[in-house]
Structure formats: structure tokens, C-alpha cells
Write a protein that binds this ligand. Sequence first.
Ligand SMILES: CC(C)(COP(=O)(O)OP(=O)(O)OC[C@H]1O[C@@H](n2cnc3c(N)ncnc32)[C@H](O)[C@@H]1OP(=O)(O)O)[C@@H](O)C(=O)NCCC(=O)NCCS
Length: 320
Amino acid sequence: MTALACRLTGFGAALPARRETNDDLAAHLDTSDAWIRTRTGIAARHVAVAESTSDLAIAAALEALADADVAPADLDLIVVATSTPDSACPATAARVAAALDTPAAAFDINGACTGFVHALAVASSLLGVGALGDRGDRLALVVGADRYRSLTDPADRTTTVLFGDGAGAAVLRTGDHHGAGLLGLDLRGDPDGLAALQVRPDARWLHMDGPEVFRRAVRSLVSSAGSALERAGVAAGDVDRFIPHQANVRIVDAVAGRLGIAADRVELDLVDRANTSAASIPLALHSAVRGGRLQADDRVLLGAVGAGMGAGSVLLRWPR
Ligand SMILES: CC(C)(COP(=O)(O)OP(=O)(O)OC[C@H]1O[C@@H](n2cnc3c(N)ncnc32)[C@H](O)[C@@H]1OP(=O)(O)O)[C@@H](O)C(=O)NCCC(=O)NCCS
């Protein structure tokens, strides 16, 4: 595929105030800190009480715009990945645009835990083909925001312990910048996996077949990441930083191991956040940037998988 000259220039994160440890959950559920840690790598998560999905998205967006030194009025596009919007309409992205007072085009993408990669793919493609104007540098705000704890039955230990709430955001700028860009992309589906992870149409809570999701997630992520790398002509061993969906440390280890990416190149921040669905990758990206773990010219691989079941991967060359 043709590489798209672009760069991610600003990053934001927002987590609800309430933090819940494994022991907090074990106080009212038949579970334990040891069970959750050994099966998932998760120790704690943040849970929205007063915060709505759009509150979290707006807070992450404001940090990302300030970090990028971009005025909201200069944005061409806002894409929010979420499957837990405040309400059916308007789109969460429209709520973000209103809060920022920007006339940017704004819409949501529901790709569950894969959503941020879908959003980044759509935003970069629209900017790349000049759909929002031909000026060399166009600006998109890409946000992942979810409150999956509003979808998990508090009495169901098989789902509640795995999820947390939050939002992450990044500003995408097109235009040439010393070879920085989107080098490879893959998006795919797994229709046989639909029933493994879903809120059934007549149900209130998320239903999950954990082992089935585990198997399919590993398989899809390995295939998707492998295809994105192949399209970019980059070997897995040359990935400098792998930022996978933060669902479960065992899924991440299995995927990195099968791809041949060394453990010290994998970004892991699920220990204090759990699975934040569409927010997971932008939150981990934010951690990697703030922690100084992304360097100029690095090949950065994002890989996501989620309900549907969809998977998606993006390979970026990091800007100087
Ligand atoms: C959910 C998951 C952690 C379970 O791990 P596992 O290794 O399959 O679980 P085990 O086989 O060791 O244990 C299953 C048992 O633990 C029990 N169990 C489930 N959740 C538990 C919890 N929070 N605390 C204690 N026991 C629990 C189950 O009821 C089952 O009991 P049973 O054998 O009596 O029926 C694992 O399957 C997983 O991570 N799946 C992917 C989930 C995911 O990432 N979803 C989101 C994708 S976007």
C-alpha cells in the first residue's frame, strides 16, 4: 500500500475519579485479587460514576489539542470511537465538537474494542484522499471513549473484573514530516465470532464466552498485525514499539510471542486500567508518549481486536 504522510502530534487521556481495586471487587463478588491478576494481569480499574462518555472524551480531547498546540477551530474532522455513547443521538463526536465550539465534521464509529483503529483508519483515509480539502496539512481529532462498566452486570464476575472506563485522544496531522506516516494498515472481521462477545438485542448486560474470545482474539490480532506489517514491507522483528489492545496480559503475550516481537517492546498499561475498550489503545499510546518510550523514526504498531469480532492494525513511522 501507499504510505500516507502524516503524524500523530498531540495526546490526551481521561480516567474517571473512582478507582476500584481487585480487593474492592472481591468484597462483594466471588473472586480474588490472585485470580484476577494471574488470569488477566489487572490489579485495578477506573469506573465512571459522575462522568459520561462525552465528559471523558472532551477531557482527553482538550489535553490532546493543547499538547498539539492546535486550536479547535482549525480541526477539519472529529471521529470518536465508542460503543457506549451518552445517548443514541447526537453522536458523541458532535457533543465533543459542541464543547470545543468547532465546525469540524464530527461522527462516531462503533467498532467496540477495535474502534480506535477503525477511527484512525477512517480519519487518515479521509484526510489522505483530500475529502476535506486539498490543503497539505489537514487536522483530525481521533478519540476512543468508553464506559464498559455500564454494560457489565455488577454481579457477573466473569465480565465485571475485566473492564474499566476512560478515554484517550490523539491529533492527526497530514503532510510531509521527514518520512513520518502511516506505513501499513489492516482491517478485518470474524463473523463466526459474533456470539462470543455481545450485548444481546434483548439483554441489558454484556455476555462473553471468555475462552472463545481469547482464542479468536489471539488468532485475529496475529493475522491482522502480520498483514499490516507485510503491506508496509516491515518485519515484526523491526517493530520498535507494539501498542496492542489492553484486554489481558496473556492475550498480549501470546500475540507478541507469535509475531516475534520482544516483550520489552510491548506497551502494557492494563494493570491499573483494565480493558477500556475503544479507549485502550489511545490511553496506552498516551502512556508510551509521556513515558518517553517512542523515539523519532520508530516503527510503532497498533493492534486491536474486539466484539463483532473485528480486528485492525496500523503501522506508523514516528515523527522527529
Ligand atoms: C476470562 C478469562 C480471563 C478466563 O480465564 P481462563 O483461563 O479461561 O479461566 P479458567 O479456565 O482458569 O477458569 C474458569 C473458571 O473461573 C471462573 N471464573 C470466571 N471469572 C472469575 C473471577 N473473576 N474470579 C474467580 N473465578 C472466576 C469461571 O466461572 C470458571 O469456573 P468453572 O471452571 O467452575 O466453570 C479468559 O478466558 C480471557 O481473558 N478471555 C478473554 C476475555 C477478553 O479479553 N474479553 C474482551 C476482549 S475485547
